[in-house]
Design a protein around this ligand. Structure first.
Ligand code: HEM
Ligand code: SF4
Length: 568
């Protein structure tokens, strides 16, 4: 570590509120890329410069530039879009993207493969349906997540409203996005100094993620994020919110001072105080967060370094709100409620299964047909799935048939129903191993083993990522697989089914056969020895395969000192 702030801090400072040289870079036709500093800034506009890693060897051989293209992540608070917005995203994916749509673990839609010369047209089209990609990536508050269940109760509607209000409150104020992507020029009056009252010139030290949870569902994985609000219900009404701070998944292999961490619940506040608390948490992190070392810059490290009590006191001081003691709540699962659910107004909602959130060809066509007919909305779940919401009775059977024919109904396998994978190869520059393209094959093999043990329909949470950054929240999965090198994964076991405890490293550097060979005997032992209702993650601990995970720094502790296999 040095005394100097990190390079990204200087880029932000010099960027004139996120403008950098992006406008000029877009006009440069010699390259499909943009200059390095702008590559950092463009994230704040919801885009990543990527290249197709499958094509790298061939293009290097031919002395060609990498196959550059951008990923655009659309900002969708609470995951709710109208049919019209869905149709636009679908069209853009086909015209300007790589023909696929990617639903993400944070309730957004990503378009991959948009080349530089099409960026403006794509963003303009997104804007024409009242969506945008501002602050979908970068060192700033990103998409605010929320349980997407439509009109299930007044509490769910209130939670969705809250997510939108928080999202709006924490948007950046800079006109850079409009100037660069929509107007194509500096807006009149834009010479005046803009201010970012919440963020300041250098925004946050690192990414910042907020979610709103409605128990008993923990579909948003509230403890995995920097800041979470957990609804405390009195019947159907919201009494207020427990506040959770300091969650985050990313770590680096072999660096024990980096670790995933689950959030601490620090107290309870009323709805009227939520924005003040959210803003205070953000500004304390802005001022206390580490701006020298980006691997130590998330809120989770700020809290570990300063201590939870000092952090809570500073938040209370800045918000001018005294948090009450946290109130009791119970989470049952992190999964989605697949299939049909009805609400009191007579409408129904159909939760579809989208494998790893990736939609292509026939499935996109089926959803297009549904969107053309359907007057309700589309809701992206935190598990990379999709809800067709508010379907009137007379449309039920038609929509059901279309979804069924496209293979979008929930699968029979309890493991697949509860599976997620990050994107990884070929687009993610950080991937060490395959994820989205490999998990379905691994599931085929594991399903055969589970079937042999009579466990086919048991819900077991499995998540895979191509590197330890943790985009699919693998450390909160009962079976977590994290890419280590090409075709090799670390295997983590023992997380809680409801997202309240992380898993622990069980085995390293496993290839496909190694993963199956490691899990098969544990499946057998689980089938033979589980207690009534005992979840796979809880069993893995009781049976001594791993110890219960500690939080934060303790995540790495005792990995080598596995308990002796207990008598089952
Ligand atoms: C240091 C940590 C991280 C870095 C550097 C990072 C970087 C990236 C990159 C480059 C992508 C683009 C991949 C592609 O679409 O081609 C991505 C995707 C994504 N990341 Fe992260 N990420 C980090 C941690 C996380 C964490 C902890 C979460 C969530 C809890 C998260 C959520 C996502 C989501 C939702 C996507 C979209 C694709 C998906 O659903 O997997 N990221 N990340
Ligand atoms: S977990 Fe790693 S490989 Fe997967 S999308 Fe995130 S950064 Fe890329």
């Amino acid at each position: 570590m040095t005394d100097e702030v990190s390079r990204n801090e200087r880029i932000k400072e010099a960027s004139d509120y996120l403008r950098g040289t992006l406008s000029a870079g877009l006009r440069d036709e010699i390259t499909g890329a943009i200059v390095e500093d702008d590559q950092q800034l463009v994230k704040f506009h919801g885009m990543y410069l990527q290249d197709d890693r499958d094509l790298r060897p061939e293009r290097t051989r031919k002395k060609m530039e990498k196959a550059f293209a951008f990923m655009i992540r659309v900002r969708i608070p609470g995951g709710v879009v109208t049919s019209q917005q869905w149709l636009m995203l679908d069209q853009l994916a086909r015209i300007y993207g790589n023909g696929t749509m990617r639903m993400t673990t944070r309730q957004t839609v990503q378009l991959h493969g948009v080349i530089k010369s099409n960026l403006r047209a794509t963003i303009k089209a997104i804007d024409s349906v009242l969506l945008n990609s501002i602050a979908a990536c970068g060192d700033i508050n990103r998409n605010v997540m929320c349980n997407p269940n439509p009109n299930q109760s007044r509490a769910h509607a209130a939670a969705q409203d809250l997510a939108r209000v928080i999202s709006d409150h924490l948007l950046p104020r800079t006109p850079a996005y409009r100037e660069i992507w929509l107007e194509g020029q500096r807006i009149a009056g834009g010479e005046e100094e803009v201010t970012e009252p919440i963020y300041g010139k250098t925004y946050l030290p690192r990414k910042f993620k907020i979610v709103v949870a409605v128990p008993p569902s923990n579909d948003v994985d509230v403890l995995a994020h920097d800041l979470g609000f957990i609804a405390i219900l009195d019947d159907e009404e919201i009494k207020g919110w427990n506040v959770a701070v300091g969650g985050g998944m990313g770590m680096t292999h072999g660096e024990r001072d980096t670790y995933p961490r689950i959030a601490d619940v620090i107290g309870f506040c009323e709805t009227k105080d939520v924005l003040a608390i959210a803003e205070a948490v953000v500004t304390v992190q802005r001022d206390w967060g580490d701006r020298k070392n980006r691997k130590h810059a998330r809120l989770k490290y700020t809290i570990e370094d300063h201590g939870l009590n000092a952090f809570r006191a500073e938040v209370e001081r800045r918000a001018n709100v005294k948090l009450a003691p946290a109130q009791p709540f119970t989470f049952t699962s992190t999964g989605d409620r697949y299939g049909w659910n009805d609400s009191a107004d007579g409408n129904s909602h159909l939760t579809l299964f989208v494998q790893n959130g990736r939609l292509r060809g026939g499935q996109m066509a089926a959803l297009r047909k549904i969107a053309q007919e359907h007057k309700g909305d589309f809701r992206i779940t935190p598990n990379q799935n999709l809800i067709i919401a508010n379907i009137p009775a007379e449309k039920r059977s038609e929509i059901h048939s279309l979804a069924k024919a496209a293979g979008l109904l929930s699968p029979w396998s309890g493991l697949r129903r509860n599976s997620m994978a990050c994107v990884a190869l070929p687009t993610c520059g950080l991937a060490l191993a395959e994820s989205e393209r490999y998990l379905p094959k691994l599931l085929d093999a594991l399903e055969a083993r589970l079937a042999a043990r009579g466990l086919s329909s048991d819900d077991i949470v499995i998540r895979m990522t191509g590197c330890p950054n943790g985009c699919a929240r693998p450390y909160l999965a009962e079976i977590g697989l994290v890419g280590k090198s090409p075709a090799r994964y670390n295997l983590y076991l023992g997380a809680a089914f409801n997202g309240s405890r992380m898993n622990k490293l069980y085995a390293e550097d496993l290839d496909h056969d190694g993963i199956v060979a490691a899990l098969d005997p544990i499946f057998a032992a689980y089938a033979a020895g589980r207690r009534k209702g005992e979840r796979f993650g809880d069993f893995a601990i009781r049976a001594g395969y791993v110890m219960a995970s500690g939080n934060g720094r303790d995540f790495h502790a005792n990995v080598d000192g596995k308990t002796e296999l207990a008598a089952i």
